[in-house]
Design a protein around this ligand. Structure first.
Ligand code: GCV
Length: 658
């Protein structure tokens, strides 16, 4: 039986699955072979397209002749599929049902090209088996963080005001979008697990099961963030010590019940001993002890624990120059390499600090060869414009994933535990608040499937699907406003890798000294002579020495350190000459003027598209550009004025600095 395609509520943007994208498929004669729930999903998709556009679909019985066959040849868990075309026929085969679903969306992506000419048989297989989104969604509205922590797309898709939102049709539509870009796992609640959310593990697991039921037909497994203190908070035990027998039994029992409710449950996500969340340190135990206890509870059921490596001292004294937050994850976790259970994945943020617009790759990646690592990215734009600014992160993520921390292996290859992104989606009609931020979600999916993929090609795919039939002019305009937007954002915000300089708390807009005298470990040390953090091994915090030899040497000296990371690794005088030939101070002035000019130009391009793109989308983006421009000017003027006043060095071009 075909499973009906989800119909999201009126007014919800179709994102990259508009009906028109299905026209090439929907005008064909299609044969589907195979059985099972995911094949029913495939059947439903094809049936809906054929009904709309006049094609025909048959299941198993062959309607000779046909244009496309989608064939399930086995029952395994493989997600790969093959695609070929010959003798006027397109064939997709898969040995596992989710492979067939991905094969179907591949055909949709190719459009008419899937039905033209000849294609040699090609096999498509995801490089990473786990491609996951972590939602930082709260069930109950948090007094400071709201419904979604660092959420810029309205409320949660899953929860509202302490309850399940219950709009499972929208959740199904979400699962469909995710499957169409290759994502196969979702964690449905915030890693900061507050009192209400803790109960999702036990007495409220039914609500999680409903979400899992809505996501399952699109091949997505559901995960849950849990509190390490659950045995105390929920079980009434006196301890959460991971080596305590009673605690271990409690987790085993609770986990067995989770699997009764959700047989294909993916596993737990845990933020422990991090920013106030409870963890094993309270009992003198290691993070391997903590993770392994949960891994043992999950193992009999085939689940995985994602243990986050975001552990640092968030109450440090700013006067203490010996503590460097950037060092923390490596210092805590590298000594534990080899101690984690096979179904424990260490989830590492891609940079050592916290999703800044520019950070080096975390030295932890590559330093734990005997541990399964997952790399965590942030699609939600906490520090990159909060979905009010256009900031397409594809090029940044791609740079990270292609970097080779050690001889041979790239970050993408070292992420054996998977690629994870903090979700940028909410109940907003455009899903992501800023309609162009959809491109971040799509690109993440593509990079999780294939970390070596060209992000520009993924952007093209997104444009092709989201704006079917786009003229060359529209296509080029969309490329123009998106492709360089990350570098533009970098230009008008914190310079040369120095990071932060955002307003404390909500993290939007500039405040150069906002975190300078705070306990969070995020400093720039600007004085009248220079700026930046000395993280060299010779004279600084020693962080540069955490890298493998080749990279440690590059970062150790200001002479070899790449310009864009100079202030992350070194404290240099304002007159220090960059590889570009400019001084640091002149670079700061120039990039800030350029960044604003680039926003002005992009806004003009967007405004010229009125009438060419859907009016609601156009209006939403135009409104956000007005705010982006206001904010970019604020950034430019605050940063330039701050450094002019500190350094006393005038702008060589004599522009207005306040
Ligand atoms: C979920 C940063 C964010 C926090 C977030 C934390 C984390 O500190 O500002 O909101 O908490 O990262 O990744 O756990």
């Amino acid at each position: 039986m075909p499973l009906p395609v989800p119909v999201p509520p009126e007014g919800v943007d179709p994102a990259w699955l508009p009906e028109q994208a299905f026209r090439p498929l929907g005008t064909r004669r299609v044969l589907i072979r195979g059985s099972g729930p995911l094949v029913d999903t495939v059947h439903g998709e094809v049936a809906a397209a054929c009904e709309r556009f006049g094609g025909r679909v048959d299941r198993d019985a062959s309607p000779e002749p046909f244009d496309l066959s989608l064939e399930l040849t086995g029952t395994d868990a493989a997600e790969a599929f093959t695609f070929e075309r010959g003798a006027g026929r397109t064939t997709v085969t898969a040995s596992g049902p989710s492979g067939l679903l991905y094969g179907l969306f591949h055909v949709v992506r190719l459009g008419e090209a899937a039905f033209r000419g000849e294609h040699r048989r090609e096999r498509h297989s995801p490089a990473l088996t786990l491609r996951m989104l972590d939602h930082w969604d709260n069930v109950a509205v948090h007094p400071v963080m709201g419904q979604v922590e660092r959420g810029y797309a309205g409320g949660s898709l899953f929860w509202a005001d302490g309850r399940a939102r219950g709009d499972l049709e929208r959740v199904r539509a979400y699962g469909r979008l995710l499957a169409a870009c290759g994502i196969n796992a979702v964690a449905v609640n915030n890693v900061n697990v507050h009192a209400t959310e803790a109960h999702l593990l036990t007495d409220r697991i039914g609500e999680v099961a409903d979400i899992a039921g809505a996501l399952r037909p699109y091949g997505i497994r559901t995960h849950l963030s849990v509190t390490f203190a659950a045995p105390m908070v929920l079980g009434g035990l006196a301890t959460a010590d991971p080596l305590d027998e009673g605690v271990r039994e409690w987790w085993a029992g609770a986990t067995a019940q989770v699997y009764e409710a959700i047989p294909d449950f993916g596993g737990y996500v845990v933020k422990a001993d991090s920013e106030g969340q409870p963890g094993p340190f309270a009992y003198g135990r290691s993070h391997a002890d903590g993770a392994n206890m949960l891994a043992a509870a999950l193992a009999p059921h085939g689940g995985t624990v994602h243990w986050r490596a975001f552990v640092y001292d968030h109450r440090q004294d700013w006067r203490d120059r010996t503590t460097d937050r950037a060092r923390a994850a490596y210092d805590h976790f590298v000594p534990l390499d080899g101690e984690f259970a096979p179904n424990a994945v260490l989830q590492v943020k891609h940079g050592p600090m916290d999703f800044q617009v520019r950070e080096p790759v975390s030295p932890l990646i590559g330093a734990m060869p005997h541990t399964r690592l997952a790399v965590e990215l942030q699609a939600t734009q906490e520090y990159t414009g909060q979905q009010r600014h256009v900031c397409w992160l594809g090029p940044m993520w791609s740079e990270v994933l292609r970097l080779r921390p050690e001889e041979g292996a790239s970050v993408g290859e070292l992420a054996r535990g998977g690629l994870v992104a903090v979700s940028n989606v909410g109940d907003d009609p455009f899903w992501t608040g800023h309609p162009l931020a959809q491109a971040n979600l799509y690109t993440f999916g593509g990079l999780a499937w294939s970390p070596q993929a060209d992000p520009g090609q993924l952007l093209d795919e997104w444009v092709g699907l989201t704006y079917p039939g786009a003229s060359t002019g529209l296509w080029e305009a969309l490329r123009k406003v998106l492709s360089g937007s990350w570098r533009t954002y970098e230009k008008y915000t914190a310079p040369l890798g120095v990071g932060f300089m955002v307003q404390p708390g909500h993290h939007y807009g500039p405040s150069v000294d906002g975190y300078e005298y705070s306990p969070w470990g995020t400093y720039h040390f600007a004085d009248r002579d220079g700026v930046g953090v000395d993280r060299s091994a010779a004279t600084g915090t020693g962080y540069a020495g955490q890298y493998t030899k080749a990279w440690a040497e590059v970062y150790e000296s200001p002479e070899t350190c790449p310009d864009e990371l100079l202030l992350f690794f070194h404290h240099v005088p304002y007159g220090h000459e960059l590889k570009s030939g400019k001084t640091v101070i002149q670079h700061i002035y120039d990039t800030h003027f350029e960044g604003v000019a680039e926003v002005e130009a992009a806004m003009e391009v967007w405004n010229s598209l009125a009438g060419l793109v859907d009016p609601a989308r156009h209006a939403r983006v135009a409104e956000r550009y007005a705010e982006q421009l206001r904010s970019a000017r604020e950034w430019r003027d605050q940063i330039n004025s701050y450094f002019f006043r500190k350094s006393g060095v005038p702008d060589a071009a004599g522009r207005v600095i306040h």
